[in-house]
Design a protein around this ligand. Structure first.
Ligand code: NDP
Length: 437
């Protein structure tokens, strides 16, 4: 970490992981050495992405791909397009993805990438030219046995389609699906839904261990992107109390009448056009949009963080505690600042870490590859039950590691620490077996 003292997000993620490994590393100094090796990514690619807008002006963005660790298998990890994207965020996302993949039921390494390009307000042609330029450099590092990308913030079906098209053209063959594209030419029947649905399945697993269910509970969801809207859709299906809040980067929305599937589709249309959630409140009279505010002070039993890193700071965490929140499900990676983590832990709020609860996308990606290889055609119901089973295995793995290392199953840090311990021990074994490489 001394090499890169300015990488705030990466350092924060590492500190959280090291804290979670206190009881593991303390028992075996060999793990200190493994950790030192693990923290240096295997490969970091930074490159120029030139592209021309619709008026003929040239723009230069920066592209990133960090292949963090391949000791468990070929890399998988998201691509993010956001103006704040930099090497620190790419490394933090790649590090978390490496642990997330190791905790999942599959044998995969972890990566992350993207660009400081902002697709908002850009035409389809501009986005296509940008994606083609990015892939012209990135494709040489990709392939089913090396690394395959998936969606993250700012990257959806449209971007994935353009990225895959250019990749296929340069590679000269149609190999390895990218997770995200449309089902009729690639992708699985449940890929866009998988991470959001997986978060709700994970919440259900935690609740059923407490002999409770989602039905009738009040839920707050942050974000209104791909993950948040699929969480909302599944919460409606499970009968959670239909007074939810959603948010975007400018404020948050409350609908006193609750949301139904028609309203979710309307929200999807608004966000597809990059409009603000404020436009929703112009159509539904009993809804209200709060400017420059976050949803965490609304009364709730469960909160689903589905926007971005550090979206919950210390005062947000206090608001969550005061609003009655008992469980926080992390969809975004590292949604809490270190101060917020302390507040939630002190108040005994159970936290489902993104590393475990957000594994739905990894599962869908691997099911897709099997799907492709075996040419089987699974229905959405088959896919959903496979996703549920994989989420259950991930949950059980995290709980087992926590209890093996002396954490009470009900303690607020059990899942967080258990997930890290299980993932780290799996990678550490692979790295030890493979020698110093
Ligand atoms: P999207 O780009 O589809 O949506 C992101 C949402 O977050 C938007 O509603 C956006 O608002 C909001 N947002 C962005 N920045 C902020 C901010 N600073 N404060 C408040 N809200 C903000 O992304 P996804 O839904 O795909 O991803 C959401 C999170 O889930 C990310 O953290 C991502 O890393 C994580 N994740 C995603 C996976 C995937 O498969 N997509 C898999 C695993 C994790 P606005 O519309 O105003 O921009």
């Amino acid at each position: 970490l001394k090499r890169d003292p300015h990488e705030a997000e990466f350092i924060q993620a590492v500190q959280e992981v090291v804290q979670a490994l206190e009881r593991v590393i303390g028992k075996n100094s060999h793990y200190v050495n493994i950790m030192e090796r693990l923290l240096e990514p295997e490969r970091m690619i930074i490159f120029r992405v030139p592209w021309v807008d619709d008026r003929g002006e040239t723009h230069i963005n920066r592209g990133f791909r960090v292949q963090f660790n391949q000791s468990m298998g070929p890399c998988r990890g998201g691509i993010r397009f956001h103006s704040t994207m930099n090497l620190s965020i790419t490394k933090f996302l790649g590090f978390e993805q490496t642990l997330k993949n190791a905790l999942s039921p599959y044998k995969l390494g972890g990566a992350a990438g993207g660009s400081d390009f902002d697709p908002k307000g850009r035409s389809d042609n501009e986005v296509m030219r940008f994606c083609q330029s990015l892939m012209t450099e990135m494709f040489r590092y990709l392939g089913p046995d090396k690394d395959l990308p998936s969606e993250d913030m700012g990257v959806g079906t449209r971007e994935m389609g353009y990225l895959f098209g250019q990749y296929r053209r340069l590679a000269g063959n149609f190999q390895g699906t990218f997770t995200g594209p449309r089902i009729f030419w690639s992708g699985s029947s449940l890929r866009p839904e998988a991470t959001g649905y997986g978060l709700v399945f994970f919440a259900q697993l935690m609740l059923s261990d407490m002999n409770k269910e989602l039905k009738g509970l009040r839920c707050v969801v942050s974000g209104s992107g791909k993950i948040a809207l699929h969480v909302l859709e599944k919460l409606i299906a499970y009968g959670a109390l239909p007074i939810y809040n959603l948010s975007d980067s400018r404020g948050y929305l409350v609908d006193e009448d609750g949301f139904d599937y028609m309203k979710v589709q309307f929200l999807r249309d608004i966000k597809a056009q990059h409009r603000s959630l404020r436009d929703y409140s112009k159509t539904y009279a009993r809804s209200k949009y709060y400017d420059e505010a976050k949803p965490w002070s609304e009364r709730c039993d469960l909160a689903f963080a589905c926007a971005t890193q550090n979206e919950i700071d210390q005062s947000d965490a206090m608001n969550l505690v005061n609003s009655g929140c008992r469980i926080l499900i992390e969809g975004s990676n590292m949604p809490c600042t270190p101060d917020a983590v302390q507040v939630l832990r002190k108040a005994n709020v159970l936290v489902a870490p993104a590393m475990a609860a957000g594994a739905g996308g990894v599962v869908a990606g691997e099911l897709e590859l099997n799907h492709e290889c075996s040419l089987m055609h699974w229905s959405p119901e088959d896919f959903e039950s496979k996703l549920q089973e994989a989420m259950k295995q991930t949950y059980q793995r995290a709980i087992k590691a926590a209890t093996d290392f002396g954490y009470q199953k009900e303690s607020p840090e059990a899942l967080v620490h258990g997930a890290v311990i299980s993932a780290f021990l799996t990678i550490a074994q692979a790295m030890t077996d493979q020698g110093c490489v």
